[in-house]
Design a protein around this ligand. Structure first.
Ligand code: PXL
Length: 433
């Protein structure tokens, strides 16, 4: 997936395009950037601003759009009217999700948009927003409504929606002591999401919010799902913020090693030549478990799947604990007898694959779903447990692969197991060379 951030450069990498590239990378996507403005700033002080020329702004857009398929765009700092109009002209005909983050003032006091550009910001950029994500101050500035009650909050959001933004999310509201709320106004509904307030003065959480929001929207999630995802992502990024410089802590969500290992392996898997031929009808999941897992909630998997799109293969959905049921259950079952086995992937059943696995001295076992007792068949999710248990009864070593040839209405399947995702990639690379 390719996501584009159009915005300003922040040399502290706390906010702006640098922060967005980090967010996109942490979510296992490729981040593209079009720089509108160069700022100089650190974690305590805001310095200069220099917008880029019309010519190079246009040229960045032309070259990026002529090369990449872009799945979603976030617009951050735009600074002046000229920049706003160029962005508008480049994006007006697109039909992908666009998140507009109105960047007006930095935490350290920098003025990020010229006063004379506010009207054009409203005229050109707000109407192309799938979602606009102002904080309270920005919502007040745009709507000219003081937000100090539920009523005024709704009023401000409505005014911004009437300017043309399809959906409005006002972030960082302190409606109750020790809590922080986001207010979501979609085309049909209104909702408040809340979380405990973290008392960490930080630089970057607004950018984390809008960048994770575009990731979720580009994955086909609804506005409300995406707002919840962004809310949690930015909460985590503040929780994990680090005082890298002398001033404000810089936000960045830190992922655990299980997450990082699995997402790297998924990236490698997707790039294996002709791998689309190995994806079954029910698509592929790839999982990695914590040590000594107790339930599927301890197993990280893709909440969607690895899917075929023509001859390409992409990850649809996020990595989540509990994100996979079937493949995670397979790992849990195997892990009970062989605790070092913590990772698995499911592939299309092909005789050729079985032969290749065996030729490479990998242990292949199978079970027959036709023999499955009716009682098990009727219980959702218990088939895999039954099948793997029946294979393991007389296994002294953990098998590298287990397959079954399906049953009436059940697709045949191969599962490959390993100690970690990388060991699975090694096995797969060997056989699909
Ligand atoms: O968080 C807003 C923001 C966006 N873009 C740039 C920034 C800031 C805040 O400082 O510097 C470049």
């Amino acid at each position: 997936m390719n996501l584009l951030s159009i915005g300003g450069s922040d040399p502290s990498s706390g906010a702006g395009i640098q922060s967005d590239v980090k967010t996109f990378a942490s979510l296992n996507t490729h981040g593209l950037t079009v720089i509108t403005t160069i700022t100089s700033q650190n974690t305590s002080k805001f310095g200069m601003i220099q917008p880029v020329s019309k010519k190079i702004l246009k040229n960045q857009m032309d070259l990026i759009f002529s090369d990449f398929v872009i799945d979603g765009i976030k617009i951050g700092m735009v600074y002046n009217s000229e920049i706003i109009k160029i962005i508008y002209n480049a994006l007006k005909k697109l039909s992908i999700p666009i998140v507009v983050d109105p960047v007006i003032k930095s935490t350290t006091g920098g003025i990020m948009i010229q006063k004379s550009a506010i009207n054009d910001f409203k005229k050109y950029l707000i109407p192309i927003a799938t979602v606009i994500t102002p904080n309270r101050f920005e919502a007040e500035y745009i709507s000219k409504i003081k937000v100090n009650s539920k009523n005024s909050l709704q009023k401000a959001a409505k005014i911004i929606q009437e300017m043309g933004a399809k959906n409005v999310v006002i972030t960082g509201l302190e409606l109750k002591k020790n809590y922080i709320f986001d207010f979501i106004m979609t085309e049909k509904n209104q909702e408040l999401i809340k979380n405990k307030k973290l008392k960490i003065s930080n630089h970057g959480s607004g950018c984390n919010y809008s960048a994770s929001m575009i990731f979720s929207l580009a994955n086909g999630k609804s506005i409300l799902e995406s707002a919840k995802f962004a809310h949690e992502f930015s909460f985590d990024s503040i929780r994990d913020a680090e005082k890298v410089g002398k001033g404000l802590a810089i936000t960045q969500k830190k992922f655990d090693s299980i997450y990082l290992e699995l997402s790297r392996a998924i990236n490698k898997f997707i790039k294996i030549k002709n791998i689309s031929k190995r994806i079954p009808e029910c698509q592929t999941n790839f999982v990695f478990s914590k040590k000594s897992p107790k339930s599927i909630k301890d197993v990280l998997g893709i909440s969607g799947r690895i899917v075929k799109t023509g001859t390409n293969v992409t990850q649809a959905g996020n990595l989540e604990y509990g994100g996979s049921k079937h493949v995670a259950t397979a790992v849990l079952t195997l892990n009970k007898k062989f605790p070092h086995i913590r990772s698995a992937i499911n592939l299309k059943f092909q005789k050729e694959t079985i032969t290749k696995l065996e030729k490479n001295n990998l242990t292949v076992k199978n079970y027959e779903r036709i023999r499955e007792p009716k009682m098990i068949k009727n219980k959702e999710g218990s088939s895999i447990e039954w099948g793997i248990d029946s294979v393991l009864k007389d296994s002294k070593e953990a098998p590298d692969a287990i397959f079954h040839k399906g049953d009436f209405g059940k697709e045949p399947m191969i599962m490959i197991f390993g100690t970690n995702p990388n060991s699975i990639i090694e096995k797969i690379s060997k056989i699909f060379l």
